[in-house]
Design a protein around this ligand. Structure first.
Ligand SMILES: Nc1ncnc2c1ncn2[C@@H]1O[C@H](COP(=O)(O)OP(=O)(O)OP(=O)(O)O)[C@@H](O)[C@H]1O
Length: 317
């Protein structure tokens, strides 16, 4: 895959020493990070550590009480929040959900739903969608704005493990096809996409940062999560170059969509990580053309290469 990171490009957004003060306390303080075009940055940290607050600083939903937040002029942001203020007792179709935040033409809606593989669900009621379909609808809505940066606050919530992998594949494909920057928040520390360029571990301040492999083996990360550390951060990696969309079509790594797999397509998924001390490998065929996908949880962070992490000196909360 061609390198998409444009390290020399100007950041789309950058936070420098940013802090938010509410009700007599600092929710976050001294937060530094930036997202460049094509870069995937993942925020992790315990509950209440300031991940959503930091993402809201980046998008401009919250203003910094100290420090700086700089955004590229006319930056277009696609935001998928952690929670939606939707009245779930009212019928709401996917098509209507798409237009709740911005006016979109019928063609734009179809194209956006098509790109995430749920065009066939345009008339379906949102209440009836599976967790993965719902997240795809939210992604489509955010992508319809043709954003420079996509901010995803826990994009895999309500999604099972194989759905999670499919969503991560889709996010990677979106990045590859559009070159947008991605700021991803992972609330459960369950899995960090291997495609993540930089993991920022928060605990009211930036605890440590680096590649997924580096953070998972850093002393600061271990200290923050204690003996759970080696069981919580699983780095998902794979050499799978295409994704099966819910409607049966195939989304390729270059962003193109076809009705069937190409003969030369790879067909292997692997997730490396440790979950609750278990070591197991399981495979499943869930396609009618007998694709074996295996998810390997066998190698924990200790098996990952150690790279440089940066320890952060910080303000106490
Ligand atoms: N508007 C607000 N006013 C006061 N406190 C707030 C506000 N928003 C968030 N907080 C508090 O700030 C802290 C950080 O919240 P935030 O939602 O950023 O955490 P998080 O890391 O995303 O947590 P989680 O993983 O539980 O979603 C929490 O203690 C939260 O209660």
């Amino acid at each position: 895959m061609a390198a998409l990171k444009t390290w020399d490009a100007e950041p789309l957004v950058s936070l420098a020493g940013a802090g938010v003060y509410r009700n007599g306390r600092w929710l976050v303080r001294g937060v530094d990070f930036s997202v460049r075009p094509g870069e995937i940055v993942t925020l992790i940290g315990p509950n209440g550590s300031g991940k959503s607050t930091s993402a809201k600083l980046a998008t401009g939903i919250l203003r910094a009480d100290e420090g700086r937040v700089d955004r590229k002029p006319n930056l277009r942001i696609g935001y998928v929040p952690q929670r939606l203020a939707v009245d779930w007792t009212m019928p709401l179709t996917v098509r209507r959900l798409m237009t709740l935040t911005a006016p979109l033409g019928a063609d734009e809606i179809d194209r956006a739903l098509d790109a995430v593989g749920i065009r066939h669900l345009a008339g379906a009621e949102v209440q009836h969608l599976s967790g993965g379909e719902f997240q795809r609808a939210l992604l489509a809505r955010a992508m319809a704005r043709k954003p420079d940066i996509l901010v995803l606050d826990e994009p895999v919530q309500g999604v099972d493990f194989s759905g999670e992998i499919a969503l991560y594949d889709l996010i990677t494909s979106i990045r590859n096809a559009t070159g947008c920057g991605i700021l991803l928040i992972s609330h459960d520390l369950h899995i960090v996409m291997a495609e993540t360029d930089t993991v920022i571990c928060l605990n009211g301040h930036v605890c440590c940062r680096g590649t997924p492999a580096a953070v998972s083996s850093s002393p600061e990360y271990m200290r923050l999560f204690g003996d759970k550390a080696s069981r919580t951060l699983a780095v998902y990696s794979h050499d799978h170059d295409h994704t099966h969309l819910p409607d049966g079509r195939v989304l390729h790594g270059d962003g193109s969509i076809t009705d069937h797999c190409h003969p030369e397509d790879g067909h292997h998924h692997a997730a490396a990580g440790r979950h609750d001390g278990e070591n197991h490998v399981h495979s499943h065929d869930h396609h009618d053309h007998a694709h074996g996908h295996s998810h390997d949880h066998g190698s924990g962070p200790a098996a990952l290469t150690t790279a440089n992490t940066t320890k952060e000196h910080h303000h106490a909360r």
